[in-house]
Design a protein around this ligand. Sequence first.
Ligand code: GRF
Length: 204
Amino acid sequence: MLKIGVLVSGRGSNLQAIIDSMEKGSLRGKAEISVVISNVPGVQALERAKKHKIKAVVVNSKDFDDSSSYEKQVIKTLEENSVGLVCLAGYMKLLSPELVKHFKGHILNIHPALLPAFPGLHVQKKALEYGVKFSGCTVHFVDEGCDTGPIIIQAAVPVLDDDTEETLSARILEQEHRIYPEAIRLFAEGKLKIEGRRVKVLGT
Ligand code: GRF
């Protein structure tokens, strides 16, 4: 069974979608979360993990002198829990090249826009301001850049005339909760093959 480490910083609704999929959906019997790591204490994601009896650890980035020693602790925690796939789920820190190298090809992220449009932060607001008619979400492998890694799955949603940042975010989030577990399932089944920038899904 694939062991997953989930890195979080806040609400944890994507973490919840992954947990639900493991308990009663398509990830059942295929993957399990061996540790949830939050860089921020007291966040809702930690409560969600505890509620489902999943090991939850705080590695507070503020307790470390520099980001290198912080990340060493994160890598150590992931290694100690035999993690084979790292999932970023609302993790608000950029990974260093060392961490990316350590788990190369074994780190996924969910981003609330149709990459390569609108990388970075506050992207639903940026999509509205730009005036796009469609936005959505992207699950991708993580490389050294910011939201630049090879794309696994995307889902599009319409942008409506009366949308606010909140309503658009909610419509996108619904799709995030669908495609993140789906991408993890494909990874767990060994169906994802990276060829340059392209990710091919074997057997389709
Ligand atoms: C999601 O919109 C995700 O795409 C982005 O941060 C948000 C995290 O939400 N990376 P949650 O913590 O999973 O509820």
